[in-house]
Ligand binder design. Structure first.
Ligand SMILES: NC(=O)c1ccc[n+]([C@@H]2O[C@H](COP(=O)([O-])OP(=O)(O)OC[C@H]3O[C@@H](n4cnc5c(N)ncnc54)[C@H](OP(=O)(O)O)[C@@H]3O)[C@@H](O)[C@H]2O)c1
Length: 263
């Protein structure tokens, strides 16, 4: 038994896969792993930006950050990533972070079918199939003492009704929260632990676009009076992936400055 921080929270020499790692919350999570000695595979569709981000992060942290460009909203894309990882990490992977996501806002009476398909395919269907298809690689690494981890990035919008008219987004995020529990039940006996994080507002393309990158009003509405930082979200994810989080199963933990629990 060792209760020292270096043992409790270490992710050194682990292999992590972060979908949507080219920017926003995915970049924050990837940076947290890299800063602490884990090798990280990042994915996104836009290859040029992804490759540039991987080079920037590898350089900054002195650890391998490896890009793989793919559209994960369909099974074909999921299998491309699975084949690539199977070839490059035959000894398995330690952490899968299902982070890539999309949102769609439209008035209730005009909400289009395309706004359901795009959002639900990426936010809900894709994490299921990616987890399903990466289970053998996660199982290869996981042991009872040191289980592999899956962390689904949900949203507080899956726990409350938001101000914006994002019907498919809220439904997809509620769905991933319940799917987290169901997958946790299935995978815990394979030494794979599944949890979720429900972020509040963080600086990103997704949220920034909706508020013209002026976060002041949103920050004011949060009990902590600010939006989230890389330390907030990476710290929680590292907890869930490290020895410290090895007895936390099927949870969705908010990271929202107190919005859900106090407002
Ligand atoms: N930012 C927030 O305040 C906030 C709050 C709550 C929850 N979240 C959740 O956090 C996660 C990350 O969001 P973010 O705010 O960081 O968004 P973001 O800045 O828009 O980043 C999304 C990432 O996903 C990738 N992506 C988008 N569509 C994809 C597809 N079809 N296939 C593969 N990759 C795809 C993007 O790269 P490409 O465009 O190149 O594919 C990018 O790397 C999402 O699940 C989101 O719902 C965010």
């Amino acid at each position: 038994m060792s209760l020292e921080i270096n043992n409790l929270f270490s992710v050194k020499d682990k292999v992590a896969v972060v979908t949507g790692g080219s920017r926003g919350i995915g970049e924050m999570l990837s940076s947290g792993f890299l800063a602490n000695g884990a090798k990280v595979y990042i994915t996104a569709r836009k290859e040029e930006a992804l490759v540039a981000k991987a080079a920037e992060l590898s350089d900054k942290f002195g650890v391998d950050c490896i890009p793989f460009a793919v559209d994960l909203s369909n099974l074909d894309g999921v299998m491309k990533l699975v084949d690539y990882l199977t070839e490059h990490e035959p000894n398995g992977i330690d952490f899968l972070i299902n982070n890539a996501g999309a949102a769609w806002g439209a008035p209730y009476d005009q909400f289009p079918e395309s706004g359901w398909d795009k959002v639900v395919d990426l936010n809900l269907k894709s994490p299921f199939f990616l987890t399903q298809q990466l289970t053998p690689l996660l199982e290869t690494k996981g042991t009872s003492d040191n289980p592999s981890r899956v962390v689904n990035i949900a949203s507080i919008d899956g726990l409350h009704v938001p101000f914006m008219e994002t019907y498919s987004y809220t439904a997809s995020k509620s769905g991933i929260i319940h799917l987290t529990r169901h997958l946790a039940k299935t995978l815990v006996s394979k030494n794979i632990i599944v949890n979720a994080i429900a972020p509040g507002p963080f600086d990103s393309h997704m949220l920034g676009k909706a508020v013209n990158f002026d976060y002041s009003l949103i920050a004011d509405s949060v009990p902590r009076k600010r939006i989230g930082t890389p330390e907030d979200i990476a710290g929680l994810c590292i907890y869930l992936c490290s020895r410290a989080g090895a007895y936390t199963v099927g949870e969705t933990i908010t990271c929202d400055g107190g919005s859900i629990k106090t407002l």
